[in-house]
Design a protein around this ligand. Structure first.
Ligand code: ADP
Ligand code: ZN
Length: 622
């Protein structure tokens, strides 16, 4: 086991640490970073599974800086390459990119820099590797490593599949001596295996980090006027914060963005139906300005490394836990408290079951979609800690977190056996006595004994189950139906969302099975979790003593103006967390300033003097 080269290598390690401190301005590595970096610096292959915000970029950026040659980063995020390169240049790192958005002259210039070894990192769109000229170019330069970012794009059943990623297995054949590091935030066992297989990384060292994101508070609420619920959330907890709101349909995106804008929120739509210019402009405003909310379909967000997204809201049920976790993971990359909020209701379940039934592909495919949905529903209906369940989905064990809605306001359960029997027997009687199938609305009306036009038309007031369920409200009945669907005790069929019994329904009707249900929270109890989150956070974007808020705001204003002048996102200059620390410490010398996390040499030289001036001015005033 003793590796003689190991003892002679602390120099390499400290070189990496020195690079972290000097270039990036951070004190210490996080989690597995050091081990991963050491492994790649020494020439090893690595497959890295780490949640969003875990700090994946440093795992290839530092080895690229430490090893001789140019680190080639394969990334599908063409629209973000410019920002990624700008962010590195702001740190004083020499970087460039090659993709289809450039003209020939620009490309030639970057190619020349690559060949001359004048850059340390080269970002490359995967489709460029299909072009023989690119391969020959790479042959002529010196490559320090290949980093394959968003590696789950190689997984064919995943939601982000990119055919060009399949060709990446050739990297190893053509450049067997160049270490490869593949990185992703998607981590189920199945995806993990598929990535390793397709990229030929079985022999690489696999690093699987904890997927916990402790600063994100997970909350799932029953849907009840979702736009109003969302507005309430934004007003009470996220006033002036940047965030992402996900909707399933383009229409949902448009309606929600318009509603928020009417109510004074700086909200912009983003979906594939908008023209490319509008999309790019909306994304740029989100990245560059403070406090913009983007309402989007899931086409938005991959690779967006904006660190200060304070909330991610879902107004429709995500199709899988994997997708949900990726999307919510875009909140709080800076480690500060953030919210993941999802509203879901009966209609979501009906609609998604319908979509699965009508989807293309074979039975196995439909079964897989069904299993994804079931796992998502189980998460929504759980009375246990959400985080425990989420992490268990990724094969990781944990204990109750204290920072999710079920931990903060434990869900009450009740014995819903009789209610379930009533509902199921109504479905049964309609089928047996009338040869009819109906959706939830009609059946609930029957149980409540409502003589609606439709009830009278079908003579449903003559059924023995008519009026036997008046002990529950409409909302409570909808909760019962939703949970019966989630537990597989009821099924949706056909285009109209009609309800039918399942094999398991018989066990309930035959009294062989008890049904435990989660109690629907009353309307008034809605903001309960708010008070227990206890941060008292209002419009100040970070928790600061009141007297420091004006200092922080001045620093933020300076950052905004500087970012605008340079044409880069504000967070490329400094993160909120760094500004907060500057406000707290109030350094009066460059040396003091350099001790703050996030202030490396490059930024110290560029921004140190104006920041010290600004602080001195504030001290003189106040
Ligand atoms: P990922 O790509 O895994 O989502 P990033 O690489 O964007 O995450 O890192 C998330 C944030 O954490 C970034 O703002 C990054 O600068 C910061 N970060 C990463 N590593 C460290 C570290 N060792 N110390 C302090 N901050 C770090
Ligand atoms: Zn919890």
């Amino acid at each position: 086991m003793a590796d003689p080269t190991q003892t002679s290598r602390p120099a390499g390690t400290s070189e990496a640490l020195g690079c972290l401190q000097r270039v990036f301005g951070y004190d210490a590595f996080r989690g597995d970073q050091e081990e991963i970096i050491e492994h790649v610096v020494a020439g090893g292959d690595a497959l890295v599974l780490m949640p969003t915000g875990g700090g994946k970029s440093l795992c290839y950026q530092i080895p690229a800086l430490v090893r001789p040659g140019v680190g080639v980063v394969i990334s599908p995020l063409i629209a973000l390459m410019q920002d990624q390169v700008d962010a590195l240049r702001a740190l004083g790192v020499r970087a460039g990119f090659l993709n289809s958005t450039q003209d020939l002259d620009e490309r030639r210039m970057v190619e020349a820099e690559f060949l001359a070894g004048e850059i340390d990192l080269l970002y490359l769109a995967p489709e460029r590797l299909r072009v023989e000229a690119t391969l020959r170019l790479l042959d002529r330069g010196k490559i320090s490593l290949f980093a394959i970012d968003e590696a789950h794009c190689v997984a064919q059943w995943g939601h982000d599949f990119r055919p060009d990623y399949l060709a990446l297995s050739q990297l190893h054949e053509r450049w067997p001596d160049v270490p490869r590091i593949a990185l992703t935030a998607t981590a189920t066992e199945a995806t993990h295996t598929e990535i390793a297989g397709r990229l030929k990384l079985q022999d690489a060292r696999h690093f699987v980090a904890s997927f916990d994101r402790p600063n994100i508070q997970y909350r799932i609420a029953p849907k009840d006027e979702p736009k109003r619920q969302l507005l309430e959330l934004l007003r009470s907890e996220h006033d002036g914060d940047a965030g992402v709101v996900y909707c399933l349909s383009r229409k949902g995106v448009e309606d929600t963005a318009a509603f928020l804008a009417q109510n004074g929120i700086d909200a912009l739509p983003y979906h594939a139906g908008l023209d490319a210019r509008t999309r790019a402009a909306n994304q740029a405003r989100f990245l560059r300005e403070d406090g913009v909310v983007v309402v989007a379909t899931i086409a938005f967000g991959m690779g967006i490394d904006k660190p200060d997204v304070r909330f991610v809201a879902h107004l429709d049920l995500p199709k899988s836990v994997e997708g949900y976790y990726q999307e919510t993971g875009r909140a709080g990359r800076d480690g500060l408290p953030s919210t993941a909020w999802l509203a879901y209701g009966l209609q979501d379940v009906v609609q998604q079951r319908k979509m699965i039934d009508g989807s293309e592909g074979d039975d196995a495919h439909r079964r897989r979609l069904g299993a994804h949905l079931d796992a998502m529903l189980a998460l929504c209906e759980t009375v246990e800690c959400r985080r425990v369940q989420l992490l268990a989905y990724f094969g990781q064990q944990s204990t109750a977190c204290g920072n999710c809605d079920t931990c903060l306001t434990p869900a009450e359960t009740w014995d819903g056996t009789i209610a379930a029997q009533k509902f199921l027997s109504a479905v049964l009687r309609l089928a047996r006595e009338r040869r009819q199938k109906f959706g939830a609305g009609q059946i609930i009306d029957i149980l409540l004994g409502k003589k609606t036009a439709k009830v009278i038309q079908h003579d449903h007031d003559g059924l023995t189950v008519f009026g036997i369920g008046t002990e529950l409200s409409v909302a409570e009945w909808r909760g019962v139906v939703r949970q019966l669907l989630a537990q597989g005790l009821l099924a949706v069929e056909g285009d109209y969302g009609t309800l039918v019994l399942t094999d398991a329904s018989a066990e309930v009707l035959g009294r062989q099975r008890e049904v435990r249900l989660r109690r629907e929270p009353a309307r008034a109890a809605k903001s309960a979790s708010r008070s227990s989150s206890g941060t008292g956070k209002k419009s100040a974007p970070v928790d600061l003593p009141a007297e420091l808020v004006p200092v922080f705001e001045s620093l933020r204003a300076w950052r905004g103006a500087t970012a605008k002048e340079l044409g880069v996102p504000a967070y490329v200059i400094f993160h909120d967390a760094t500004l907060r620390q500057i406000a707290t410490v109030s350094p009066s010398s460059l040396e003091e300033l350099s001790g703050i996390s996030g202030v490396g040499e490059g930024k110290l030289a560029k921004y140190g003097p104006p920041i010290l001036d600004l602080l001195a001015g504030l001290r003189a005033e106040g």
